[in-house]
Design a protein around this ligand. Structure first.
Ligand code: CAA
Length: 286
């Protein structure tokens, strides 16, 4: 089974940047494709900061950081991904944008064995696969934020994904990146978000209804259940726009009101309060 040597990542935000970082740290040559020079610069700055933090924490030597940086390249031209063995899409959680991107990737990536993967949390893999001429090589490879810290990758084959593709992706995630995998079927939210999202939305409803402050809800779950962070701070970390998009996809899939984004979440996104990445959400990060 041929290993992945050249990885492409589309989208250099917190998820794409994290995936690119773990790939480069694992010795892969990585190209990150962004929509603009400005976005590529911002992605690079975030990534360099994260690598420097790993050096400060003693997780990486300076030489390893320099080598990882040398393996990381940034572009705004999708065609630069032509020689990749695997491309992982990590753009906004928007079905139309993702479907269009998969159709373009199918044209651009010349390796007939290349895997085209999506980091989506909730959009059907079958729809993305259907935009390509190689649905057997398309699957969901879903990482968790912060990617360099959290060990899990959900592997999500669609009804058309070949077993060989799933096995190659599993080897990539475990042997190459040092992650652990679980396998889910192609239904919105897969395993983790199917459980996590209703919990986060319930916490938002609790604050919206005036039952408790965000601080007390979070303190309750951190000190009462030993979670590493409470649900409102975690919603801020995920990104409130991303959480809303995931909730919308899951609501569309199941029609279950537990998945419906509460009005407070919608209004916060409308107001540009997207959580940690925008500087303000349930908490202030400025
Ligand atoms: N990148 C790299 N390393 C990071 C990091 C980042 N963004 N954030 C924290 N770290 C590292 C720190 O450097 C630190 O490393 P050391 O132990 O070597 O010092 C370690 O993680 C712990 O960090 P801190 O001491 O700063 O803070 P903490 O102990 O509060 O941990 C946390 C921070 C790792 C984010 C932890 O609170 C946590 O795991 N929270 C839960 C996160 C979670 O549930 N994520 C899943 C979100 S859902 C998702 O991603 C999927 C989706 O589709 C929505």
């Amino acid at each position: 089974m041929t290993k992945i040597e050249r990885l492409g990542v589309v989208g250099g935000g917190q998820m794409g940047g994290g995936i690119a970082e773990v790939g480069a740290r694992a010795g892969l040559d990585v190209i990150v494709c962004e929509v603009s020079d400005e976005a590529a610069r911002a992605g690079r700055t975030r990534l360099w900061k994260s690598l420097n933090r790993a050096v400060q924490n003693g997780k990486l030597t300076e030489a390893e950081r320099d080598a990882a940086q040398a393996r990381l390249h940034f572009t705004t031209t999708l065609a630069d991904l032509d020689d990749r063995n695997m491309v992982i899409e990590a753009i906004a959680e928007d079905e139309e944008l993702k479907t269009k991107l998969f159709a373009e990737l199918d044209k651009v990536v010349s390796d007939p064995d290349a895997i085209l993967a999506s980091n989506t949390s909730s959009i059907p893999i079958a729809k993305l696969a259907g935009a390509t001429s190689r649905p057997q090589q398309v699957l969901g490879v879903h990482f968790f934020n912060p990617v360099p810290v959290l060990k899990l990758v959900e592997l999500v084959p669609s009804l058309l994904t070949s077993e060989e593709t799933v096995e190659r992706a599993a080897v990539f995630a475990t042997e190459q990146l040092g992650k652990e995998t679980i396998r889910a079927v192609d239904r919105s939210g897969f395993i983790v978000n199917a459980l996590l999202v209703p919990y986060l939305l319930s916490a938002i409803r609790m604050v919206e209804g005036g039952f408790a402050s965000a601080e007390d809800v979070d303190k309750g779950m951190v000190l009462g259940c030993a979670h590493p962070m409470g649900p409102l701070r975690l919603s801020d970390l995920v990104g409130l726009d991303t959480l809303k998009a995931i909730a919308d996809s899951m609501y569309e899939e199941y029609g279950d009101p537990n998945y419906a984004a509460p009005p407070l979440l919608r209004r916060m996104v409308d107001a540009g309060l997207k959580g940690k990445k925008s500087g303000k959400g349930f908490y202030d990060y400025s």
